[in-house]
Design a protein around this ligand. Structure first.
Ligand code: NI
Length: 296
């Protein structure tokens, strides 16, 4: 029942016998309807003939449950200057803006489930993906990008980069960047080192050569230790402040289970979600802010 339509779509695409049905927009059709379509032999092979649309009366739109809360953030610019900084764990902004980030995907089941939750609330998140997983699940990444989320580089094989030489670090960044480009035609905007481990010298190298600032976090629910979804939600809710960057992992089903309560709780507290590059583009000069405050 809860199975995402997009997952159903993916399984269709992998089935060459149903490829044409997928292109004609039968992604949402129920299995029973598909079985009857497949059995039908009335589809004309004449390319000039009008394509007859079979009825799909058995399909019911899934009921949308849960939150009526919607993210109010508007169309913020995402272009930030390279001089904005090499490393961020939070960003000084004026306004109640935050960025939520999900690492270690894409995952074939948990990521689509999370995407449904985000779409329902009009929230755009930032996904730090592993290149190797992108190669395994390119369709999940395509959907993530198509729904307006931002992609960050989380290396190709999730090794501790601080133990690697420059050549290996470059290769980890490049291979992930190439995988994202192949799958979804976009370039990651920022990077996050696996385990948060990256030497200052390496951060500068990556910033110089790939234009990626290194993104750490200000809120860490330690969700990878699987403390239970209610603990994940309460840790995020109690630690998040304006300008914050929240770390979570769409690899873990428990983390995704925690998201409806977490996202609704943050919205109820007045936070507005933006992507990491949008948050950086909002960065205010603290000295300028102070002088504005003094002259008011
Ligand atoms: Ni990671």
């Amino acid at each position: 029942m809860d199975k995402s339509l997009h997952e159903t779509g993916e399984s269709l695409i992998q089935n060459p016998g149903l490829g044409q049905l997928t292109r004609r927009g039968f992604i949402a059709a129920s299995a029973a309807t598909l079985a009857s379509c497949k059995a039908s032999s009335t589809i004309s092979t004449d390319p000039t003939a009008a394509v007859k649309t079979p009825s799909n009366k058995d399909y019911r739109t899934p009921s949308v449950q849960g939150s009526a809360l919607r993210n109010q953030a508007g169309n913020h610019p995402s272009n930030f200057s390279k001089s904005a900084g090499v490393t961020f764990s939070r960003v000084q902004v004026s306004g109640n803006y935050i960025a939520i980030t999900f690492d270690d995907g894409p995952h074939p089941r948990n990521t689509p489930r999370l995407l449904d939750m985000l779409a329902k609330r009009n929230i755009k998140a930032t996904f730090y993906v592993i290149g190797r997983s992108v190669d395994l699940h390119p369709g999940v990444l395509r959907r993530t990008v198509a729904e307006g989320h931002e992609i960050g580089n989380h290396s190709h094989t999730h090794r501790l980069l601080s133990k690697l030489g420059d050549t290996e670090v470059r290769k980890e960044m490049q291979r992930c960047q190439d995988a994202v480009g192949r799958a979804a035609g976009v370039r990651p905007r920022t990077m996050r080192p696996p385990y948060g481990g990256l030497l200052q010298r390496q951060r500068k190298l990556i910033h110089d050569e790939f234009d990626y600032p290194t993104i750490l976090w200000s809120v860490d629910p330690l969700d990878w230790k699987r403390p239970g979804s209610s603990v994940v939600a309460s840790r995020i809710l109690s630690a998040t402040t304006a300008g914050g960057i929240v770390l979570a992992h769409d690899l873990h089903s428990q983390t995704v289970d925690a998201m409806p309560a977490t996202l609704d709780g943050l919205l109820r507290r007045g936070f507005k979600f933006v992507t990491v590059s949008q948050l950086i583009a909002m960065k205010t000069d603290t000295a300028a802010q102070a002088s504005v405050t003094r002259t008011q």
